[in-house]
Design a binder for this molecule. Sequence first.
Ligand code: CA
Length: 411
Amino acid sequence: VGRWSTTTLPYGVVRWGGRPPRPATAVGDDALDLAGLARDGLFDGVLDDPLGTLEHPTLDRFLAAGPSAWGGIRARLLELVHDAGAADRLAPHLRPLDEVSPVLAWTVADYADFYSSREHATNVSRIFRPDDPSLPAAWDHLPIGYHGRAGTVVVSGTPITRPTGLRRDPATGEITSGPSLHLDVEVELGWVVGVGSDLGTTVPTTAFADHVVGAVLVNDWSARDLQAFEYRPLGPFLAKSFATSVSPWIVPLDALADARVAPPAPPHPPAHHLAPAGDGYAVRFELELAPGGSASTVLSRPDAAGLRWTPAQQLAHLASNGASLRTGDLYASGTVSGATREERGSLLELTWGWTDPVMLVDGTRRRDGLADGDEVTIGASIVAADGEPIPLGEVVGRVVPTGTRGHLPPQ
Ligand code: CA
C-alpha cells in the first residue's frame, strides 16, 4: 500500500533532479508528475489549458481553476491509477517519494486561525482562569479567530528557530527578554481556498466546496510565555507569527468524503450566516515528539470529529462581513483537543500549564515545552467506509536554537 493510498491523490509541488519544482500527486510511495502527464496530453479535454495550469512551480493556477478543473483532474487520475493498461504511460512520470523534495505547494495569501475545539478552549480557560473557567461570551455564537502571518507559513521539514521576545515572570513580575521558555505546538486541521470571492460579498456555508480545494495538516508553533505577555487586548502577535508549518500535500475535499460527520449539536440556533453547519471531519491526528537523535514518543491522538465549528462555518464567518477570499488563503481549525489527556493537542494542555511533565521513551521529560533539537511530527489519517485507515501525510518540524540561523543573540 505504501505511504499514500491509490484514492487520496493529494496535490503537492516537488523538486527532483535539479529541475524546477513541479506539481505532483502522491500514490503509494511515489510522486507522480502532473506537469509531465499534462505534457503527454493525458489531461486533454479535462480542463481548458492543462499544460498552462500545471507546468508551473506552484499549484496557484490549479487552485484558481476551480471545482470543475479539480474534479476533472481527480477523476482522470483515479482512472489512470486504477487502469493497469495505463501503467506504461505513468511510469516515466513516477519518482520515489524518498528521492523528491516537497516545497511549499502554493502561495499562501491570507492566513486565519480559529479556536474551534470546545475541549481546547475549556482546558485553556481552566489552566489560566481556574476560578472562572467559563468560555468567552462569543465562543458558542461564532467561530472565534484571528488573522495570522501568511508569509511565515512554511512547508514541513523547515527548521523552526526558537523565537525571542519579552515576557513577564509570573512569580516576580520582572519583565525580561530572551529565547522563549515555553515553546509549544498546536495540532490543527487547515483548509486551502482555491476560488476567491469579491469584496463586499458574503459566502454561504453551502458554497464551501465551491471555494475550498482541500485540507492540510498544520502545526501552529506558539511561544506561550511571549503570548501571555503580549496578547491583551488584540490577540497573539509575535508569539505565533514566527512560523506555521503545513504538510506538503493538500488532500482533496473529495478524498475526505468518508470522514464526514455531523458536528456536535449546538447549544442554541446558529446565526443566519452559520447555517446550515455543513460537515465536520473525523480526522485522527497523532502528535509525536523525538528529541534530537532519539526515538519518538506518541504524545497524544486528538480527533477533529468533535470540533464545535465546521470548516464551512469558519469560511462563511471569515467572509460574513464582506471581506474577500483570495486564491491561496489558508485557514485552520485552532488546536484540536479531546476530552481525555490522550487527546490534548498542545504541550500547554498535556503538561497542564507546565506543571505535569510529559515523559518520553528515551527517559527524558518535557515540563516547560519543547527543547532545542526536538522534532515534532503531526500525522493524520481517516477511516474509509470499509474500515481501513487512509493516511493523510504528516507535518514535521525540528526546533533549532536561537541564533543558529543568523538571528540576533538574546540580550
Ligand atoms: Ca492556533
